[in-house]
Design a protein around this ligand. Structure first.
Ligand SMILES: Nc1ncnc2c1ncn2[C@@H]1O[C@H](COP(=O)(O)OP(=O)(O)OP(=O)(O)O)[C@@H](O)[C@H]1O
Ligand SMILES: [Mg+2]
Length: 350
């Protein structure tokens, strides 16, 4: 079911944790709340679940106002970062408990619990205690427990962050597949941008209790609205630019060619340029922009090298460039040409 959040605000004493948030979570979609520590992600999720009360604002589920509905009557499933399973109960008993809490008919519980363990690929682990399972398996049980009573919305608070990289990557795919299969409206909190980009239909970028931007992963990555979003989703070079007397854009001593949209927004004084949008060569390649510079640092990451380059036209600024699959290692002090199209420059508000 779709969720509509309007003008939601929440404070803890003098701390304004959420400021006037308005957002639509479409039915059957996967939305990530993404942002740095302390920006209000958990608070937002807990207010939606009814575990915290907002001072202002409404939350509507399929059009019905839920703001005054107690958490037990909201029929939302929740999974937390720490494994919240009961240690003295087996996987099956934990899932059964979820059904009991929601007053699921007694005779149907076991069939449903086994069905859910099967969906999370743990049918053969039903009799194990949490201590006998890996972290990834425990989080699968927690998801099975949350999903078993057929909640209207699934709320996940950093469910993967305590797991090691391989398990995390496996579970990203698995959770997303389950969410699609069951077509359940899902909100997941994360501070991992790659997790949000990989899993979401919609990403909501939060900062200091406010929504900086919401949109699809492609919208957020390709068109970050401001400097915060640009820096938080992937890396971004921020170029300090100015306009000369004839209205041309200048980056230090050199003129730049931007597309019309970025050009119109240049008066903010900054433009963004993704490291992967820059092509490195020894001579200009014929793109609209070409800057010469000196490599000051090389970070070697196997399939990727990240070069820091000091442009000759603006020596007080440094541009990062990503080289994918290059077989020759670049060296500090090498002189290189950085080439990029006018469309690679993005408007950024400060
Ligand atoms: N129960 C509480 N009492 C007082 N202040 C709180 C409480 N819960 C959260 N806060 C404050 O509200 C703000 C938002 O906290 P929240 O836990 O929502 O952040 P978060 O984005 O989930 O961070 P993290 O990524 O570290 O989990 C923080 O300033 C936090 O200190
Ligand atoms: Mg949190």
């Amino acid at each position: 079911m779709a969720l509509q959040i309007e003008n939601l605000s929440k404070s803890f004493g003098s701390v304004k944790a959420l400021c006037d948030l308005t957002l639509t979570i479409p039915e059957a979609s996967f939305t990530c709340f993404l942002g740095p520590s302390g920006c209000g992600k958990t608070t937002f999720l807990r207010v939606i679940a009814g575990l915290e009360t907002a001072e202002e604002g409404t939350i509507r589920l399929a059009g019905k106002d839920m703001s005054k509905t107690p958490p037990s009557d909201r029929n939302f499933g929740m999974v937390f970062q720490s494994y919240s399973l009961f240690p003295n109960m087996t996987a099956l008993e934990n899932v059964l408990f979820g059904l009991e809490c929601r007053h699921w008919p007694k005779g149907d519980r076991k069939k449903r619990a086994l069905e859910m363990l099967d969906i999370v690929q743990l049918a053969d682990q039903a009799e194990k205690l949490p201590a006998q399972m890996s972290g990834g398996q425990q989080q699968r049980v927690a998801v099975a427990r949350a999903l078993a009573p057929r909640p209207s919305v699934l709320l996940l608070d950093e469910p993967l962050s305590a797991l090691d990289a391989n398990v995390r990557s496996e579970l990203r795919t698995e959770f997303r597949n389950i969410q699609k299969e069951l077509a359940i409206t899902t909100i997941m909190v994360t501070h991992d941008q790659s997790e949000a980009l990989e899993m979401s239909d919609q990403i909501v970028v939060l900062n200091c209790g406010r929504i900086e931007q919401s949109g699809s992963p492609v919208e957020i990555y390709a068109h970050p609205r401001n400097r915060f979003v640009a820096g938080f989703i992937g890396s971004f070079n921020v170029l300090e630019v100015s306009r000369d007397g004839s209205g041309e854009i200048r980056f230090g001593s050199q003129q730049l060619t931007a597309n019309a949209q970025a050009d119109a927004a240049i008066d903010s004084g900054v433009v963004g340029l993704r490291p992967e949008a820059i092509k490195v060569s020894s001579e200009p390649l014929g793109l609209e922009n070409a800057l010469f510079g000196t490599v000051t640092k090389v970070r070697y990451l196997g399939n990727l090298q990240i070069l820091s380059v000091q442009p000759e036209c603006a020596p007080d600024q440094v541009l990062d460039v990503e080289l994918h699959g290059a077989s020759v290692l670049s060296r500090p002090s090498e002189r290189v040409c950085l080439n990029f199209a006018s469309t690679a420059l993005h408007e950024l508000s400060r």
